[in-house]
Design a protein. Structure first.
Length: 505
């Protein structure tokens, strides 16, 4: 749609058909902000309502979606019923919004992707589906794409090809790109499906405190963490739920994930809270087992082509990083097309894009790799998570203040102090043994995030529950080079307070 708005002739080539169910569903505040920015900059008004739960419900009530008010983490010891910790040391709740209307969302991709396709066709994009490309090659100043649609041979000419086909996708295969490892990252697998009949945790009697949390724990990306792996549960408003497990090879072998439904039932038996939540659930699609989850392309752009971040690499769904990484990539490729089309700067822009994409994937992998190494050490897991939440909240707020230069990279990975410190802390966390070493790393994590901590993260009195409070932003305005007045104005613009409701101090 953006390329069409910029005056290019565009064709969208699809291997399958729409609508269809796919995994990759949970948005974040930064994802929604990027979607909102792209819709505004490139005049795509139909997309803007999708950036918030409230406007989505108002404009697209028939498009299935889930409410995401934040991130919920519960720690488990498989096979054991563990009594609740009054200090909440076995959980982490991080709110992303103060109320439902401006909440984030889980995208039910069958509906969401089909809507995007319909909007693309309305904008004048040519569309051809059921087409499998078998050859992509350079031909003079153009790229030649050849394939088959049903039983008929087809061919296309393009000045520029953008690959959004996912890991080990079209250009990876046709250009024989190859792949690289993420250094130090454990090999991982997944098993997942969509379900009906999944109960809310709050309805099962599973509760780890009598206190009122900052948001309903089910209205979130819910993570159940255990040694070697974790389970996600995302609830949609059409009665379906997305759920699955990601685990190291060692853990996956123990669970025998390749056995599909039988493995899922074994996992439920090990975690009583999940067993009760899924007691009446029914898988609405065949279980999908992915024997190798991570992917990193050896090359991410070249003369006449580029992989979007979703096709350039993938780490893990643990922190919902896929959408913001890819939307950052969309914005960057769009800017290259906008400012450098048919100029000598176009290829230079693609080289810079590829380098930034790879750097951000590596930063994501180093953090998630450290989290995997500490799934049995939940205090360390929580502290490492704060590296993500501090960087994400700082980046989102900087952009909302009109200061994107303060946070030009995902996870602040190119920031001169935060980036190198995060690399070192993740390395130390992977190697930490014993309580004393862990406490030292946790202390240094809290010290590292402090100059960027605008959300009250790590405050002991909050006991791992972090609401969204205007007072935190106002108190930390100077970290963003902003005044209290600028923070107040930003909060009003983004709808922080309900209509006629004063912004709390």
């Amino acid at each position: 749609m953006i390329a069409k708005r910029l005056g290019r002739s565009v064709i969208l080539i699809e291997k399958g058909t729409h609508p269809r169910v796919v995994i990759g569903e949970s948005s974040t505040p930064l994802s929604n902000l990027l979607l909102e920015e792209l819709a505004t900059r490139y005049d795509l008004p139909a997309l803007r309502p999708l950036s918030k739960w409230g406007s989505w419900q108002q404009i697209y009530p028939r498009i299935a979606v889930g409410l995401k008010r934040g991130f919920t983490f519960h720690h488990h010891v498989p096979g054991k019923v563990v009594h609740a910790d009054p200090n909440r040391g076995d959980q982490l709740l991080v709110a992303a919004s103060p109320r439902d209307a401006i909440g984030d969302t889980h995208w039910y991709r069958a509906d969401f992707d089909h809507l995007l396709l319909q909007e693309a066709r309305k904008s004048g994009v040519s569309y051809i589906d059921q087409t499998r490309l078998h050859t992509v090659e350079k031909s003079g100043r153009e790229m030649m794409l050849r394939g088959q649609r049903n039983t008929r041979e087809v061919a296309f000419r393009a000045r520029f090809v953008v690959d959004a086909t996912g890991p080990r996708g079209c250009l990876y295969r046709t250009l024989r790109i190859g792949e690289r490892d993420f250094p130090g990252y454990p090999p991982t697998q997944t098993l997942y499906a969509h379900f009906s009949g999944v109960r809310r945790l709050a309805e099962t009697g599973f509760s780890r405190t009598a206190e009122t949390p900052p948001f309903p724990v089910d209205d979130a990306a819910v993570h159940h963490v255990f040694d070697g792996g974790w389970v996600w549960v995302l609830l949609f408003n059409n009665g379906f739920a997305s759920a699955g497990v990601a685990a190291t090879d060692t853990c996956a072998s123990r669970l025998r994930l390749a056995e599909g439904a039988a493995a899922w039932n074994r996992l439920l038996d090990l975690i009583p809270a999940l067993r009760e939540q899924f007691a009446e659930a029914k898988a609405e699609m065949s279980f999908t087992h992915t024997p190798r989850l991570t992917f990193r392309a050896a090359q991410m752009a070249g003369h006449g082509w580029a992989l979007l971040p979703s096709a350039a690499g993938f780490v893990d769904p643990l922190l919902s990083t896929g959408f913001p990484l890819t939307l950052l990539g969309v914005a960057r490729v769009a800017e290259i097309i906008e400012r450098a089309w048919e100029t000598p700067d176009f290829d230079a822009g693609l080289r810079e894009y590829a380098a930034r994409t790879d750097a951000e994937l590596l930063a994501t992998a180093q953090l998630i790799g450290a989290l995997y190494a500490n799934m049995s050490n939940f205090p360390m897991f929580v502290a490492l998570s704060l590296l993500y939440f501090a960087a994400a909240s700082y980046s989102e707020t900087a952009r909302r203040l009109g200061k994107p230069e303060l946070a030009s990279s995902f996870l602040l990975c190119t920031h001169p102090t935060f980036g190198p410190a995060a690399v070192d802390l993740c390395r130390r966390a992977r190697a930490a043994f014993g309580e004393e070493e862990s406490e030292a790393v946790i202390h240094d994590i809290l010290t590292t995030i402090e100059p960027f901590n605008i959300a009250g993260l790590g405050r002991a009195e909050r006991r791992n529950w972090y609401p969204v409070e205007a007072g935190d932003l106002l108190e930390n305005a100077s970290k963003l080079g902003a005044t209290e007045q600028e923070i107040h104005a930003m909060l009003r613009r983004c709808g922080f307070a309900a209509e006629r409701e004063p912004v709390p101090r």
